[in-house]
Design a protein around this ligand. Structure first.
Ligand code: PMP
Ligand code: GLN
Length: 415
């Protein structure tokens, strides 16, 4: 059965079969838009994955590990090779010292680390503050654990953390604040003042911080500042990251959570019953990846900077009001400059009418009625794919200015 949910998503199954905690979430927006892209053979700038592959030597590591028999269950908290590599990475990049065996847990992607954190730490009714817009796994993970999401909006057009609004959201039931820097979907990299305000509140109200840093190596403006590196924060912060974005193998699903021993024990209590362990050959590849160092990261970032320039300039030419990202591989475009005002309708129309897929950002809000004019484009794609998508998107301008486009594809977003 296909039905429309209140938040605009399409139900793919009978919703009543889904438990009440998860009924509001159903099919993710990424699945929905990727399906639309496939159906219409559109260029998929929606779901955030690269259309190119990561380093060849990492593939070789996986193949070699399989051939040499690293194929059975392994240490639940992660292979020693990988927890040590994560500890070295945190020390070298951020001067953060972790005990690899007691403070680092390897999971199936950052997604599982998030889920295990919520499952391991929340009591039913505990409140978790999330900055809105938010990555969709946070509210679903909190809800699955019986917690309550308390959204605090990042106000446009700057989308800076509003410390006063954050403090107003804190109450007796508040247990945790979730921060994501660099931020998906905004592309913001939070600065020392903003993170300092979060740190002060966490300490004043004795809260746990969960810092999702999966885009840590995709920073174009400013620098990545791990929340755990602020004074007094290492002992109350869970830092989550993963292999997918930094090494262009999103399907390998290797992630990690770095946290002091008591918090780590809670994460592991859940992790051992969610997946028990992460596929060993991919863990070995992740250990190898983290050792590649600057010789890898510098050209990786330079290539992304150039993709970022191509898409930002192209979207501007196509008539969008573009918010240049400070980090991540996403850019937000305001569709009002093209005469549209409904991001969900716009993104449902785009694959069929224009041949491009994108993600509406209102679905990353508790109240999807708000903020309905930003659309997220992923630029983790070959330059040729970006250029072709941009060419197609210029037909929107002609639709808007002339009332009809040459291709007849562009239409007003009221589908
Ligand atoms: N957090 C954020 C902010 C993300 O954008 C994503 C998507 N990659 C994840 C977590 C999940 O990461 P992974 O694919 O490693 O599970
Ligand atoms: N993180 C990816 C994005 O924001 C999506 C991952 C997924 O589909 N679960 O596009």
């Amino acid at each position: 059965m296909t039905r429309q949910a209140e938040n605009g998503q399409l139900w793919q199954t009978e919703p009543m079969a889904i438990c009440s905690r998860l009924r509001a979430f159903s099919t993710s927006i990424f699945t929905e838009m990727t399906e639309l892209a496939l159906r219409h053979d559109a260029i998929n700038l929606g779901q955030g994955f690269p259309d190119f592959e990561g380093p060849e030597e990492l593939k070789e590591t996986v193949v070699e590990a399989i051939r040499s028999g690293r194929n059975q269950y392994c240490r639940s908290a992660g292979l020693p090779e990988l927890v040590e590599a994560v500890a070295r990475h945190q020390a070298e990049h951020y001067q953060l010292e972790y005990d690899p065996l007691a403070e680092i847990t390897i999971t199936c992607g950052a997604t599982e680390a998030l889920f295990a954190t919520f499952q391991g730490l929340l009591e039913p009714g505990d409140e978790v503050i999330v900055l809105q817009p938010f990555y969709d796994a946070y509210p679903a993970g909190v809800a699955a654990a019986g917690g309550v999401v308390r959204p605090v909006t990042l106000p446009g057009p700057d989308f800076r953390i509003d410390a006063e609004a954050l403090e107003r959201a804190i109450c007796e039931r508040t247990r945790m604040i979730v921060v994501n820097t660099p931020h998906n979907p905004l592309g913001r990299v939070f600065d020392a003042d903003e993170l300092g305000a979060v740190a002060a509140l966490c300490q004043r109200h004795d809260l746990i911080a969960l810092s999702d840093e999966v885009y840590e190596h995709l920073v174009f403006t400013g620098e990545h500042l791990p929340l755990a590196s602020l004074p007094g924060m290492a002992e109350r912060t869970i830092t989550i990251s993963s292999l997918g974005k930094s090494f262009s193998f999103t399907g390998w699903k290797v992630g990690w959570a770095c946290a002091p021993p008591e918090l780590t024990a809670a994460i592991r209590a859940a992790h051992q019953f969610v997946t028990f362990c992460t596929p060993a050959p991919f863990q070995l590849a992740a250990a190898h990846a983290l050792g590649l160092g600057e010789a890898y990261f510098q050209p990786f970032l330079a290539a992304y900077q150039s993709r970022c320039d191509v898409i930002c300039d192209g979207l501007t030419t196509a008539g969008f009001d573009v918010m240049r990202p400070q980090g991540t591989y996403f850019v937000l475009a305001d569709i009002r400059s093209l005469g549209y005002d409904d991001d969900i309708a716009f993104c449902r129309m785009l694959p069929a009418e224009v041949g491009v897929a994108a993600i509406p950002t209102s679905v990353f809000h508790v109240d999807p009625g708000s903020n309905r004019h930003y659309v997220r484009f992923a630029f983790s794609k070959h330059r040729s794919a970006l250029e072709q998508a941009l060419e197609r998107l210029t037909t929107l301008t002609s639709a808007d200015t002339s009332g009809s486009s040459a291709t007849g594809r562009a239409a007003k977003g009221s589908a």
